[in-house]
Structures are given as C-alpha cells and as structure tokens.
Ligand binder design. Structure first.
Ligand code: PRP
Length: 211
C-alpha cells in the first residue's frame, strides 16, 4: 500500500488533475469528504488528508510514503528524512516581506532599527533577516498575518503573496521577495528504497503529467 499525504485547499485542487494523469483518482472528493483516509482508483494507493504544515511530518516518519507540500512549508520543516525529487510547478506564489503603506521599510533597515516581524515562517524569516544583517524580533502567528502591522503588533510580516489582493485590501505593500514558492512532491527516504517497484514508476508518471 502506498500512502500519499495531501492538504486541502489550493494544493489539493491543483494536485488532483496531476494524480489523475498518473492514473490515480480519489474515490471521494477530499475537499468535501469528512474522511481522512481516502481510497483511490488504484487498490494499492490511498490519500491521507492532513494539515499543510503536517505533510512533511507524516512523510518524514513514514506514516505516508509520499506527500505534496509547498516550498514554504518544506523550508520551515527543514526536510529531514525527505527526498524532494519533483517540483510540481503548482500553487505558485512568493514569500514576501510586507509592511503598511506608510512604513518606511528601507529607511528603517538602513538606520539599523530593530524590526518586529510577525510570521508563521519563523525559521525562514530568521535566516532571511540574519543574512541581511537586520535585527528582528520575530512574533509567531498562525494565520491572518496581514492584521499584525494594522494593529501595531508588528512593523512587518513575512507571508505568502499570490495575487496580491489580500495585501492591497489591507493597505499593505510587499517590499522584499524572500523566495519563489511552488508545491513539491516529497518522498520518505526509506520508502523510496523499499518500494522500488511502485515509487519510481509513479514519479515518472507525475513527471510526465507536470510537463
Ligand atoms: C495566503 C496568504 C495570504 C493570501 C495571499 O493565505 O497567507 O493571506 O493567501 O493571497 P493573495 O495574494 O492572492 O491575496 P491562505 O488563503 O492560503 O490561508 P492561510 O492564511 O491559512 O495560509
């Protein structure tokens, strides 16, 4: 049995057609089903529905053989125990630093000011600002980062930007790009070695579907 860990939302929506092209069709729509384990058209493949941030953890420990996770989540996780053989080129967005329109970010950086930054990407943000030599106090949030600069919780946020509509609607502007993000296929390292008869052919199918 091969288990593939997926999260609901945009990644799932864009993943199902790729899986279908590889001959794997979910027996129920994972977006609406309350089931957390969903069989597929292939008797030896099942989908495991988890939170986006938990996908690498399930795959790392081998509770799922494969998973699909955003680059943002993978960088934050660290990638221990995982192979990342395939960029699926879906769910594309950018990880950005954003501030209120009236906040002089460049000036604050150049003057050596200590910035308060709210994000759910603590690790990535820490590395980014350390590389720039900017002193930051990081504040961990779990969602709606855009609210932090508006309420005075933080000077800046590190968050995903796709269309830019959320920033715009909240009078924020992106001032720096940290990374381009897309979803990647991840594989448990031990499973990759043990399930040589199923995982490499599936990878080939997915690679073709991405193209
Ligand atoms: C992401 C991100 C922004 C929004 C950006 O949140 O955190 O809030 O999308 O998209 P836009 O540039 O197209 O407006 P998402 O909706 O994925 O929910 P989350 O906060 O749970 O990650």
């Amino acid at each position: 049995m091969l288990s593939i860990a997926l999260s609901k939302g945009r990644i799932l929506e864009e993943t199902l057609p790729l899986l279908k092209a590889a001959g794997i069709v979910a027996a129920e729509d994972p977006e609406t089903s309350r089931k957390l384990i969903i069989p597929t058209s292939r008797a030896d493949v099942r989908l495991i529905i988890v939170r986006a941030t938990d996908v690498p953890t399930y795959v790392q420990y081998g509770a799922a053989d494969l998973g699909i996770a955003g680059g943002d989540i993978l960088t934050e996780h660290g990638g221990n125990g995982l192979y990342q053989p395939l960029d699926l080129k879906i769910a594309r967005c950018r990880l950005m630093v954003a501030v209120r329109k009236d906040f002089a970010y460049e000036q604050a950086v150049q003057s050596g000011a200590r910035l308060r930054v709210a994000t759910k990407y603590l690790q990535t943000a820490r590395e980014h600002f350390a590389a720039k030599g900017v002193h930051v106090d990081l504040i961990k949030l779990y969602g709606s980062m855009e609210l932090a600069p508006l309420t005075g919780l933080a000077d800046a946020i590190v968050d995903l930007v796709s269309t830019g509509n959320t920033l715009k609607a909240n009078n924020l502007v992106a001032v720096e790009e940290i990374a381009e993000i897309s979803a990647r296929l991840i594989v448990n390292q031990a499973a990759f070695k043990l399930k040589r008869d199923v995982i490499p052919p599936l990878l080939d199918d997915l690679r073709r579907a991405v193209k």
